[in-house]
Ligand binder design. Structure first.
Ligand code: GDP
Ligand code: MG
Length: 437
């Protein structure tokens, strides 16, 4: 998927200290390929990587902590920018405000109509009326009625009518009469763009002059979504896009492409079938999502920089051979401090990520431990087994702790070493403990 591809393309930059034309070329090629694979239109992908490149080369690379890190941030920011800057609201100025919902069949129009009514009712104190404009499928009207009941919003229909334009205009009149300040018009869709559908929705637009036209698109449809968006925009000049089914295992490409091809903001995202599964669109979050990394972005990069795979392999070898000593332990503590979080580091040690997942460790807890280790001679750190009683006493004194503290650390260290050894021998899994859980 896009995430993995981008991640691997950044790995190429790992270990480099400067962003140069040469080392960026390869990773940008991968970024572009990844975008194409995620159904991003070719030209958009190319423009995108060109822009990232320009920005990367313009950066003061010497100041950059890590080229990989910088690239992730650049790509992330560029994605966010491409998808629309900040989240935009919808126009509710009309009296009543009229919102027209358009899109292909199955894209999620009816579900979204319900969600939007619910959202505006709760968040903006609106009194919506839902208009059932899908006259071709009898079940479509029932579907909207059921949703309306769920969210306690009235649904306007004309029994037996095959005239969606009439339904839409009558719904607006009804809202005016009944003092409802918002009409959301659900419409019919076809499986593919066709002339009749386009004529029909254009006629509805003309008849009701909506304040806002939202184009609904299934985010899983990939490249097709772009063509559909373009076709609808040519006819309707819609105001915004709704990306549905983002709760699924979807590719991020649609969001990117649609935004740049039709140059209309994405306003909402559908995150499920339920009436509350609607989010206002946030480009930053979407960029995170497309990159698939979120917080992991910075962490992975930090971790890569400070604890490379080579080191991890060496450590694993030592663990297996039972040679893990206090110098290694100190090194780890320093890594932890650099990375800022104990759990993060444990995650980098093969097999420890899962084992330590639920364990909370206070970074400060290491202060005393460090003092004790620093009071050991290099030899003692190398070979903890030589730490007899008098050595322990000396170390306790030197580190300002008690012999009991030193003993406890040695015991914990020993246990930790045993556990880590088992974990790494066991292919990264915690072995079953004989005494049971
Ligand atoms: P329409 O033909 O455009 O009106 O599409 P519908 O609203 O009937 O939605 C088609 C199908 O997609 C239905 O089964 C919906 O429950 C489902 N659906 C719509 N939006 C979402 C969403 O955001 N997430 C998920 N998982 N399913 C959705
Ligand atoms: Mg429908």
């Amino acid at each position: 998927n896009l995430t993995e591809k981008l991640e691997s393309s950044f790995k190429i930059l790992k270990g480099s200290h400067k962003i140069t034309e040469i080392n960026i070329a390869e990773s940008l090629k991968d970024v572009r390929r990844a975008l194409l694979d995620a159904d991003v239109n070719f030209k958009i992908a190319k423009d995108f990587t060109d822009r990232v490149k320009e920005k990367a080369l313009g950066q003061d690379v010497l100041k950059a902590v890590n080229p990989g890190q910088m690239m992730v941030k650049l790509v992330h920011d560029e994605l966010a920018e491409l998808m629309g800057g900040s989240a935009e609201g919808i126009n509710l100025s009309g009296k009543p405000s009229v919102i027209l919902i358009a899109g292909l069949q199955g894209s999620g129009k009816t579900t979204f109509s319900g969600k939007l009514a619910n959202h505006l009712k709760r968040k903006k104190g609106k009194f919506p009326l839902l208009a059932a404009g899908d006259v071709y499928r009898p079940a479509a009207i029932d579907q909207l009625k059921i949703l309306g009941e769920q969210i306690n919003v009235p649904v306007y229909t004309i029994e037996g009518s095959k005239d969606p334009v009439n339904i839409a205009t009558s719904a607006v009149e009804e809202a005016e009469q009944k003092g409802q300040d918002l009409v959301i018009i659900d419409t019919a869709g076809r499986l593919a763009v066709d002339e009749q559908m386009m004529n029909e929705i254009a006629a509805i637009k003309k008849a009701v002059n909506p304040d806002e036209i939202l184009f609904v698109v299934d985010s899983m449809t990939g490249q097709d979504a772009v063509n559909t968006a373009k076709a609808f925009n040519d006819v309707l000049n819609f105001d915004g896009v709704v990306l549905t089914k983002l709760d699924g295992d979807t590719r991020g490409g649609a969001a990117l492409s649609i935004r740049s091809v039709v140059n209309k903001p994405i306003k909402f995202v559908g995150m499920g079938e339920k009436m509350d599964a609607l989010d206002v669109f946030h480009p930053e979050r979407m960029a995170d999502r497309i990159l698939g990394m979120g917080d992991i972005v910075s962490f992975v990069e930090k971790a890569q920089e400070q604890f490379d795979e080579e080191e991890a392999r060496k450590l694993q070898k030592k663990l297996v051979k039972d040679q893990f000593n206090f110098n290694d332990f100190l090194k780890q503590i320093n890594q932890i401090k650099k990375m800022g979080n104990m759990k993060d580091l444990m995650g980098m040690i093969p097999g420890m990520g899962k084992a330590m997942k639920d364990v909370d460790i206070d970074d400060d807890a290491f202060k005393g431990v460090e003092a004790i280790i620093y009071s050991m001679t290099p030899e003692e750190r190398e070979k903890p087994s030589i730490l007899n009683g008098s050595r322990r006493k000396r170390i306790a004194k030197g580190s300002g702790s008690s012999t009991a503290d030193v003993n406890r650390l040695l015991k914990q260290f020993d246990e930790m070493r045993k556990m880590m050894k088992m974990v790494s021998k066991n292919g990264g899994k915690l072995p079953k403990m004989p005494m049971g859980g």
